[in-house]
Design a protein around this ligand. Structure first.
Ligand SMILES: NC(=O)c1ccc[n+]([C@@H]2O[C@H](COP(=O)([O-])OP(=O)(O)OC[C@H]3O[C@@H](n4cnc5c(N)ncnc54)[C@H](O)[C@@H]3O)[C@@H](O)[C@H]2O)c1
Length: 301
């Protein structure tokens, strides 16, 4: 995709982190920005900032896990700006702990937001974009879905999140292939960041009461502490990642990474699969972390 000015970006999770940073770039590029998020106060602040940059902004409060709310977002976007050129299905939440300790509510929440949120975005916006492409041979569109490195490898003690992000990679690879069956005018990319400082480790702030968490288990507390540390130490910023997203849209590149060096663990996993070898110790390169985690999990209650 080469032309951004005067077209429209729809961004979910736009009130914080990658969503806010991509909103800033979209505004700098002269795009209209549909900013969708579940957290009203953060959305109000973010939308005011982007509007002050001179962009036409449609702030929209929704829960992306709810089919009808994403459908209403689609209708509101169409009514205000017409078919978008960029759709960034990015809203997501994190939850950790040993996989057998996750409650039904944990699964419903994380799969609802991370998987069904993206599925609804694809289901609602792709037909609009295809119609725009049919009507106008100059139309260009691109859909970016946020997965994670957790969509390509399976680190322990974060199973629900891993499952959700593998689903997003599968969904987006399929979307890419399906789009190519029917059009050359719409591309797709999957964003797979490693640890980047954002609000992600505080995802529980937006957890709905109906899917409230039980008191955290020991493994969940340990996982949260480890993630806080890893995310907090991240050297690549959310603004850097947003820049990588726009670079990839422009270049038509499918896989977007924040830390390409971390791909060696993807290679190890794929070699395990190809060689029918049992999963490699994820801490082989940093044994002290594995020792610490095992000691913490096996220690006295
Ligand atoms: N930061 C990282 O290290 C990292 C790494 C890999 C993947 N990711 C992914 O990046 C995406 C963006 O997260 P971030 O890191 O910018 O975190 P963030 O918490 O700063 O931003 C996420 C935004 O999504 C919104 N949101 C949460 N639930 C929602 C819902 N049900 N409906 C609509 N909006 C909702 C939040 O209010 C928040 O504004 C997520 O999908 C996350 O899983 C983050």
């Amino acid at each position: 995709m080469k032309h951004f000015a005067k077209t429209t970006a729809v961004i979910t999770g736009a009130a914080s982190g990658f969503g806010l940073e991509t909103s800033r770039i979209a505004a700098r590029r002269g795009m209209n920005v549909v900013m969708a998020d579940v957290q009203q106060d953060a959305l109000d602040r973010a939308a005011a900032e982007i509007a002050a940059m001179g962009a036409s902004v449609l702030p929209y409060r929704l829960d992306v896990s709810k089919a009808a709310e994403v459908e209403a977002l689609g209708a509101a976007t169409m009514a205000r700006f017409g078919a978008p050129s960029i759709v960034f299905n990015n809203a997501g939440v994190g939850a950790g702990g040993l996989i057998w300790e996750n409650t039904v509510a944990d699964w419903d929440w994380v799969i609802g937001v991370n998987v069904m949120g993206v599925a609804h975005g694809i289901r609602v916006f792709t037909p609009m974009m295809l119609a725009a492409a049919t009507k106008d041979p100059a139309y260009e569109g691109h859909i970016v879905n946020t997965a994670s490195m957790a969509g390509l490898i399976n680190a322990p003690n974060m199973g629900v999140y891993n499952v959700s992000k593998h689903a997003v990679v599968a969904m987006t690879e399929t979307l890419y292939q399906d789009l190519h069956l029917v059009t050359e005018q719409i591309g797709a990319s999957v964003l797979c960041p490693f640890f980047v400082p954002t609000g992600i480790t505080e995802s529980q702030r937006n957890r709905p009461q109906a899917l409230a968490a039980d008191a955290p288990t020991k493994s969940q507390l340990i996982g949260k502490a480890m993630n806080d540390r890893a995310v907090g130490r991240g050297k690549v910023s959310a603004a850097d990642v947003a820049g990588f997203v726009f670079d990839a849209i422009e270049a038509g590149r499918f896989y977007i990474y924040s830390h390409p060096k971390s791909l060696s663990s993807v290679q190890t996993r794929l070699e395990d699969i190809m060689q029918i070898r049992n999963p490699t110790d994820p801490f082989a390169g940093k044994p002290e972390i594995g020792v610490e985690l095992k000691a913490a999990l096996r220690g006295a209650q």
